[in-house]
Unconditional design. Structure first.
Length: 589
């Protein structure tokens, strides 16, 4: 077999022939230079700060100041004043207001935020979320006419509407429309009464990275400041806003970081009934972190829209008591388990197809009539994680085949789809995720076009998944105090990654598989300075290839847990290599 290499690694299967392009590329930071005023911190943390451009205390202060009281004025958002006036008028007249959301976690939490806030000031509010399977994404004319028939004279969208030009133009006569959104604005502004979107042209708001739920939160802040002072408390929704912000994978810096920090504090101290029920079914009893939102709560909220109807998630988060919330959370738990099973089945079938084809192409394009629409995006993400290729997968039932795409660093999906536009029925998305529809009789042409485009755009280096290492450390450096320093930079996510550290020439003392089906890996390790415990999830099979005495280089995140009243550091492995590997690539983080 050509172009293969045998490697010991946590990137996919262990000790197997793999395409060289699947190799992970470890990138080291520049050498540490002087950092005036930061001498009180450990050398490891100072190395992390240096890689993030922090070389003096004045540059660190903005990281430490995450108070929402210092957030930008909400009225800097274009059309915010108009939106507040329209809402005030509707409330004062006793008119019915419809809040129109979206079926993902961001759209659901944005809808919850606005609906609960408006009801707090006595507004007559109804909610609406389109069904993924029968209506699809965004505003649709039938829904607006239905809402008008139900008495709504003001509609406020959440997470949609920016590009619904034709739908907005054809809305019922006399219906006023406020769009709150965070998607990119197309060539034509929709003909709406107010467009509150930090990404629109000429918007002076200094931060355009808000999720839709963040925009909804800013609208509540504006209403409390100018229209309903003392009558609503926007902070009561911060648990939901933090959940939606993390789940929508927006950059966790600037105001988003402040929102998530404040939301996590609320989740840990006084969560709403819906979030509390969700924490209970997820089995989260300790401190809630951004990782819990990303990998446990967010997927459960999204499961409703993926499996049946997102209104279930909305009802849960709108609940005012646990008696109502707990049964709804249990239903979400069942749907999430079904979602996990269906995703695993698609991934298993798709991986078998890749192996059968011996597919060394630059892109994965495939489909099946049995693959459910609601989980295609999740399955595509799993395949990208496994093979590190742009991935397009489709449900091939009927004459119109609907698909989801996920990408890798440096490959813009919308640019790619634009090049194939004549072959597509419709498409939309952003750099890393997209949805598309193709007529069945054009699928083969589309597949050929995607393969040609990716082969031209991507070279061999593009398929080396980068792991950016921010500092080297000896085990003696890995103290609870270092974990506390690192947590000053939290919460972590897109745009604010969790720091990865490197330790070299580490000796394996013991390796064992643990957990259900022995899926996970636990290592006892030591270097010249101390011992440490490390774990890696879903990598239990690796234990067979790590005999005692073997020396490895490891990349990991630092975690801390409390046992018998004492804090103890544990390493969360991200990758490993034999210690005999050649010198690593030197580059700036």
């Amino acid at each position: 077999m050509e172009n293969v290499d045998t490697q010991l690694s946590l990137s996919g299967a262990i000790m197997r022939p793999v395409l060289k392009k699947e190799r992970r590329n470890w990138i080291l930071p520049e050498p540490l230079r002087a950092q005036p005023g930061l001498e009180a911190f450990s050398s490891v943390f100072r190395q992390i700060l240096h890689g993030r451009g922090v070389t003096r205390q004045s540059q660190l202060d903005p990281w430490l100041e995450t108070d929402l009281e210092r957030a930008p004025d909400p009225f800097l958002l274009k059309d915010m004043s108009v939106a507040c006036e329209l809402i005030a008028d509707a409330v004062n007249r006793g008119e019915r207001i419809a809040v129109y959301g979206d079926y993902d976690a961001d759209g659901v939490t944005a809808c919850v935020t606005l609906a609960r806030g408006l009801r707090a000031v006595g507004a007559d509010v109804i909610t609406y979320i389109p069904n993924r399977f029968t209506e699809g994404y965004g505003l649709n004319g039938e829904a607006l006419h239905e809402l008008h028939a139900r008495g709504a004279r003001l509609v406020i969208t959440c997470d949609c509407g920016t590009n619904s030009v034709d739908v907005a133009r054809g809305r019922p006569s006399g219906m006023r429309l406020i769009v709150t959104d965070h998607h990119e604005v197309g060539a034509e502004r929709p003909p709406v009464d107010a467009l509150v979107n930090p990404k629109q042209p000429d918007c002076p708001y200094p931060f355009d990275g808000l999720a839709a739920c963040g925009v909804a939160y800013k609208l509540l802040v504006a209403l409390e400041q100018r229209v309903f002072p003392g009558r609503l408390d926007p902070t009561l929704s911060l648990d939901a806003v933090a959940l939606g912000t993390v789940a929508d994978v927006v950059p966790l810096h600037g105001e988003n970081r402040a929102i998530v920090r404040a939301g996590l504090q609320r989740l840990n101290e006084a969560p709403g009934s819906g979030c509390a029920a969700l924490l209970a079914v997820a089995g989260i009893s300790g401190p809630v972190t951004a990782e819990h939102l990303a990998f446990q709560l967010g997927p459960r909220i999204n499961a409703a829209g993926r499996m049946e109807d997102a209104m279930l998630a909305l009802q849960l988060l709108m609940s005012d008591n646990r008696e109502t919330a707990d049964p709804l959370a249990q239903r979400l738990q069942v749907q999430n388990a079904q979602r996990q099973q269906l995703t695993a089945e698609i991934v298993r079938e798709a991986k078998a197809k890749v192996v059968e084809l011996d597919n060394a192409a630059a892109v994965i394009v495939m489909g099946a009539s049995s693959w459910p629409l609601g989980v295609l995006g999740l399955a595509a993400s799993r395949l990208v994680e496994e093979f590190y290729r742009p991935t397009f997968i489709f449900n091939t039932e009927g004459e119109e085949w609907r698909g989801s795409a996920r990408s890798i660093d440096g490959f813009h999906l919308v640019d790619c789809l634009q090049s194939c536009a004549p072959l597509l029925h419709r498409f939309g998305g952003h750099a890393m995720a997209a949805g598309l529809t193709v007529l069945a009789n054009r699928f083969d042409d589309l597949k050929a076009s995607l393969e040609a485009y990716t082969a031209f755009r991507l070279n061999g280096d593009a398929f080396s998944r980068p792991i950016r290492i921010e500092a080297s450390a000896a085990f003696a450096d890995l103290k609870p105090s270092l974990h506390q320093e690192i947590q000053l930079l939290a919460p972590f996510g897109v745009g604010n990654r969790e720091p990865f550290l490197l330790s070299r020439e580490v000796e394996v003392v013991r390796a064992e598989a643990f957990g259900v089906d022995r899926r996970h890996l636990r290592l006892q390790l030591r270097d010249r300075t101390a011992s440490a415990e490390a774990i890696a999830f879903d990598r239990g099979a690796t234990a067979n290839h790590l005999p005692p005495g073997r020396r490895i280089d490891i990349v990991y995140a630092v975690q801390c847990e409390r046992w018998d009243g004492l804090d103890r550091v544990r390493l969360h492995l991200r990758d490993l290599r034999p210690a005999v590997e050649p010198a690593l690539l030197l580059a700036t983080v």
